[in-house]
Design a protein around this ligand. Sequence first.
Ligand SMILES: NC(=O)c1ccc[n+]([C@@H]2O[C@H](COP(=O)([O-])OP(=O)(O)OC[C@H]3O[C@@H](n4cnc5c(N)ncnc54)[C@H](O)[C@@H]3O)[C@@H](O)[C@H]2O)c1
Length: 244
Amino acid sequence: MADLTGKTIIVTGAGSGIGKAAATLAAAAGATVIAADVKGAEETAKEIGGSAEGHVLDVTDSQGWKYLVDDVIARHGRIHGLANVAGIVSDVDALLTQTEEGWQRILDIDLKGAFLGMKSVAQHLIDNGGGKIVNVASTAGVIGMPNVVAYSAAKGGVIAMSRQVAIEYAATGLRVNVIAPGVTQTNMLGDITDELLTAVKAATPTGEVAAAEDQANAIVFLLGPGSDRITGQVLPIDGGWTAQ
Ligand SMILES: NC(=O)c1ccc[n+]([C@@H]2O[C@H](COP(=O)([O-])OP(=O)(O)OC[C@H]3O[C@@H](n4cnc5c(N)ncnc54)[C@H](O)[C@@H]3O)[C@@H](O)[C@H]2O)c1
């Protein structure tokens, strides 16, 4: 496992699913974890224990980001990494049925949220010789998938934006990488039926659906020293789905 001893790491979406698993694993790797979410972050921090902190943050709120980042720097001196995990999906947004409001909400949380997170910490990381940012996209940002027009746009945007930021600031020591999860067993799947899960497994080369911990492992690796020479890359964790 990556060694994050002495590192202060912000994880958004830490109230549930992949963000919660990433916060838990980062803490186990030695990090002081700042768990942030609109809901559930304090509970996650309590479950982790030790130096973990829970904070209420709406990732679409630039003032909220400024408050959190200034507060963490004031109390801990340094931020070393950020995992932008918070996100939402809508299950009925094919082009012909997608509302403009729904489009905007998904773009705000899934794309602008990651933009604001990166913008809020990047100068501090650069001023301190660099740091690690991990953004969470989706296979829907890599290949075409049904019923997710806004989500696909947002996650494709996360990938393109991350590559751009990665090369712009590579010489400063900043590293920006992306994971692209396939179907992963979290609350995001809602009340997915057994039939649909079986169909997903059948369509996945490994025959399995990922767990939140599978995604968290990759996030923690990319937050750690193992990614010192990796930037602007997209790692699909999808049981080979996008390799087909
Ligand atoms: N589960 C999957 O199958 C899957 C597949 C591909 C990508 N992803 C991505 O993984 C990430 C995590 O999803 P998950 O599966 O853990 O889902 P989840 O629903 O379990 O967790 C998402 C978390 O994001 C938080 N969140 C939502 N809006 C927020 C906001 N405005 N500000 C702060 N926090 C907010 C929620 O409160 C929740 O705790 C998302 O970006 C999602 O798009 C998930």
